[in-house]
Design a protein around this ligand. Structure first.
Ligand code: PRT
Ligand code: ZN
Length: 286
């Protein structure tokens, strides 16, 4: 029988859409119209298992699934024997300590002797030991942000993304304990055949991630400005330069990184570029 790689994905919740989008962009079409627990892809040797995110590390450790897409926060908290193989670039958040906005607690050391509510007791306890803070950890499974208001705790340790939950509960962040995003985790004893499928999937994931982080740029430049413009656009190897029908002008094509995108565009304009077009890239293989 041909091998199939079993992938665990969150059944519903914050990571579901990002996981399914990534698989789709990797050319893996899954139809989960009937809300099934497991679905086989038609065009790639993988089977998707839809699970609660908290169960994914254990299932991957125990080889119920071969790999999984899950938040790094859940992986670290679960402390299972698995490999973190790739960061996936979505589901970004941070696990932070937060305290009442107008209270006397200002910094982590002030938490000595205090009570902290969290759904991440393992990560929090390790942080407290590392920083020699003697606080009581109260494990609660949801709505951690209301714990100080109802008198259950003096501070919280919870996930933050936009910060609006903290804001509306009159809490402020005083320390980030962990930065997290969705990661691909793998079982430590994959068969050689499964490793080959995983390598092929990783190749596609990396091409998608790279494309998301880059944009294709097309612009017109007077020939006497080409040198300075090309210096701003190293591209994958070097920019492509094609003559325009109008004499003395060229069209320059290249790739720029999302992170310095606006900065580079401004510099290109200053250097004499005109008619700048920015186009999303679907896949990028270097
Ligand atoms: O049902 P299941 O157990 O599978 O899902 P779940 O309810 O345990 O998890 P879910 O779907 O809420 O989150 C899944 C994963 O998404 C988490 O493990 C994180 O890796 C990631 N993630 C990213 C977040 C957030 N951002 C996030 N903001 N998970 C939770 N939150 C919560 C946070 O706990 C707090 O209540 O959102 C609130 C804060 O958000 P802001 O935007 O107001 O700061
Ligand atoms: Zn969960």
């Amino acid at each position: 029988m041909n091998e199939i790689l079993k992938i665990a994905v969150q059944k519903s919740g914050r990571l579901y859409d990002g996981s399914m989008k990534l698989l789709k962009e990797c050319g893996i079409e899954i139809s989960n119209g009937n809300n099934q627990l497991r679905v086989q892809a038609a065009d790639f040797p993988v089977e998707i298992f839809f699970l609660r995110d908290d169960d994914i590390p254990e299932y991957v450790q125990d080889a119920v699934a071969d790999i999984g897409f899950v938040g790094e926060n859940v992986v670290v908290e679960s402390d299972k024997e698995i490999d973190i193989t790739e960061k996936l670039g979505f589901g970004k958040c941070r696990l932070s300590l937060a305290v009442p906005k107008n209270g006397s607690l200002q910094q982590p050391a002030d938490l000595d002797g205090k009570r902290i509510a969290t759904s991440y007791p393992f990560i929090l306890q390790a942080y407290l030991i590392r920083n020699k803070i003697k606080a009581q950890v109260h494990q609660i499974s949801g709505s951690v942000e209301i714990a100080p208001k109802i008198g259950l705790a003096d501070a919280i340790c919870d996930l933050v993304s936009s910060g609006s939950t903290l804001f509306s509960n009159e809490l402020k962040e005083i320390e980030t304990i962990l930065f997290s995003e969705a990661v691909l985790i793998s079982n430590k004893q994959l068969s050689p055949a499964k490793k080959i499928i995983l390598e092929s999937l990783l190749f596609r994931i990396r091409a998608v991630k790279k494309a998301r982080n880059n944009k294709y740029v097309l612009l017109n430049a007077p020939n006497d400005k080409l040198e300075s413009i090309c210096r701003l656009l190293p591209g994958m190897k070097s920019p492509t330069i094609l003559p325009l029908a109008a004499s003395g002008w060229s069209s320059v094509h290249s790739v720029i990184n999302e992170s310095d995108f606006w900065n580079v565009i401004e510099q290109l304009k200053e250097a004499g570029a005109e008619g700048i077009l920015i186009i999303p890239i679907e896949k990028m293989i270097v």
